[in-house]
Each structure stands twice: as C-alpha cells, then as structure tokens.
Write a protein that binds this ligand. Structure first.
Ligand SMILES: NC(=O)C1=CN([C@@H]2O[C@H](COP(=O)(O)OP(=O)(O)OC[C@H]3O[C@@H](n4cnc5c(N)ncnc54)[C@H](OP(=O)(O)O)[C@@H]3O)[C@@H](O)[C@H]2O)C=CC1
Ligand SMILES: O=C(O)C1=N[C@H](C(=O)O)C[C@H](O)C1
Length: 266
C-alpha cells in the first residue's frame, strides 16, 4: 500500500525536490502540498514546476495534514513546530528535515514523539550518516594529540550557521571523546586569540554560490592530518533518504528516531 505523503514548504528548494521524488516513487503518493498564505503557487498543481500533474493542488490549509500518513517537513523551526501540533492531533507521522532548532524546539519535537512517530535528522543522506559512524571511530583512534576542526560550505541562500550537519558532526566527535559540545565548541576566532585549547572543537562556516553542502572534519596532528569529507552535489540524496524514513516510520506508531535508526546503523 502506498504511503500518503504531505509536503510543507512545497515551493522551497527541498519541497520541490521532495515532490519530484514522490512523483517518481513506486510506493508513496502525494496527498497534501502546503505553502504559506499569500504564496502565488497556491491553487496550482504541486508538480506543475516539473511540467506534470500530481492531482494535488498547493494549499495554505494546515488542517489538510490529517490527510497524510507522513508529513515531510523541510521548512523552518517555527513552521515545523506549528505543523507538529496538527500532526500530533491527527496521528500523522512526521519527518523533520529542517535545521536550526534551539533547545526548546528540540524538546518540543521529543514531546510530540510521545504520541506520534518522528524521524528528526540534520542530514537525511546515506553518505553523511555513514560519515557520522566513521567520525566516531576516527575520534576514538585519534583521541590524543589531534586538533579537531569542522569546516562546512553551503549556498548563499542558507540562513542558519553552522549547518545542522556540522553541529551533529561536532556532537558525534565530542561524544566519542567524552566531551559535551556545548563546553568545547569554538564558533569564532578573531584578533589575538591565544593558542588553541587542545580540547576545543572549532567550526568554520563558508557561504557562497549554489554549493549544495560540503562538510570536512579535520583531525590535525603533529606530522599528519586526517580529513573526513562529504560533498553533496544533488538535493535528491536528502529527498530519497526522507522517503526511506517515511517507509520506516510506517512501522512505528510513536517514538523519536534519526537516520541511524532508519539505516540500521545503531
Ligand atoms: N535534514 C536534511 O537532510 C536537510 C535539511 N535541510 C534544511 O531544510 C530547511 C529548508 O531548506 P531549503 O529547502 O533549502 O529552504 P527554502 O528556503 O528553499 O525552503 C523553505 C520553505 O519553507 C517555507 N517556510 C519557511 N518558514 C515557514 C513557516 N514558518 N511555515 C511554513 N512554511 C515555511 C518557505 O516558504 P516561503 O517561500 O513562504 O518563505 C519555503 O517554501 C533548512 O532548515 C535546511 O537547513 C536542507 C537540506 C537537507
Ligand atoms: O540548508 C541546506 O541546504 C542544508 N542543510 C542541512 C544542514 O544544515 O546540515 C543539510 C545539508 O547540509 C543541506
């Protein structure tokens, strides 16, 4: 049976990629496509930008979320939290792809997962989730004598920094070393900074052009440097991962999961 999918932010970069992925999928079907009130695409077919017809018109009525098995939400934290309220009431499962949540937002996601199945992942790609595993191993092997720095580059339209993926990479590495990222993260360096604190994990954020998403974690020692890099060249990797997460969620009536759960990497 096809999984009934709702897409919010239907005219966004990821929204459109998700609509394309659902229209190509054999086991999911688009039933709801939402945009914010005033969006000029409201009333148009959700797949019109592909020159296709999906039979689903873009709407601004969030109560339509009840007409889906799974909402895939790549909007922004405030949008996700609003949509979660409707989904919690209707029993619609949710995939949270948006990044930039504060601690209160993350707590609200965890609370909603008491009633509905939720996959929340800063990066839905198989490759990045493999990298998370590799980083756990690398950090443990290179635990002493290696300075850890995380560099990411994204397109000029991205509004949050560092990326959710870079922050998750920091959490994985810090966790492997028994550190709390909140205590050791360094996000800015300017002027006379003093020598590097060996326990710190530094972040550098680059923005420009149309870069889909590049991440490198550097382990810099005396005499050698190990770099673990992932480069995304298509947003379809995130859309395909999200559909995989949707199939996984159909087996879960409640609970909070991530892509490591979906991919069986735990
Ligand atoms: N987890 C993952 O694998 C990935 C996560 N992302 C994350 O997904 C998010 C979206 O990225 P991207 O598609 O590039 O961004 P876009 O800006 O292209 O799209 C965002 C969409 O969300 C809508 N939106 C924004 N705020 C709200 C709101 N409060 N309520 C309802 N709709 C809203 C926008 O509508 P409007 O046009 O009206 O502003 C737009 O349609 C980002 O947080 C990004 O970091 C991106 C790629 C992969
Ligand atoms: O905004 C993006 O584009 C991306 N956002 C996610 C993040 O913040 O990590 C995932 C991916 O890197 C693309």
């Amino acid at each position: 049976m096809s999984v009934k999918i709702a897409i919010t932010g239907a005219t966004g970069r990821m929204g459109r990629m998700l609509i394309e992925a659902v229209t190509q999928s054999a086991d999911s079907v688009l039933t709801v496509a939402l945009a914010r009130p005033g969006n000029p695409a409201i009333g148009q077919d959700a797949a019109a930008f592909l020159g296709k017809s999906s039979g689903v018109l873009i709407s601004d009525d969030i109560n339509q979320l009840a007409n889906a098995d799974v909402l895939i939400d790549f909007t922004k934290p405030d949008g996700v939290l609003k949509h979660l309220g409707v989904c919690r009431a209707s029993g619609t499962r949710v995939i949270v792809g948006a990044t930039g949540f504060d601690d209160a937002g993350k707590a609200a996601i965890a609370d909603a997962a008491k009633d509905i199945g939720i996959v929340y992942a800063q990066n839905m790609s198989v490759g990045v989730n493999l990298v998370f595993k590799l980083l756990d191993v690398a950090a443990k092997v290179l635990a002493t004598g290696y300075d850890i720095e995380i560099v990411e580059m994204h397109h000029r339209m991205k509004v949050d920094a560092p990326s959710g993926t870079a922050l998750r990479m920091g959490e994985v590495v810090a966790g492997a070393l028994g550190r709390d990222l909140k205590d050791v993260a360094v996000y800015d360096r300017e002027g006379i900074t003093g020598e590097r604190d060996p326990s710190s994990i530094g972040f550098a954020t680059l923005r420009g052009g149309d870069v889909v998403g590049d991440h490198t974690v550097v382990f810099a020692g005396m005499g050698e440097r190990v770099e673990v890099t992932h480069k995304a060249s298509s947003r379809m990797i995130y859309a395909s991962g999200s559909l995989r997460a949707a199939r996984f969620l159909m087996q879960q009536s409640s609970g909070l999961f991530d892509m490591q759960d979906v991919l069986g990497l735990k």
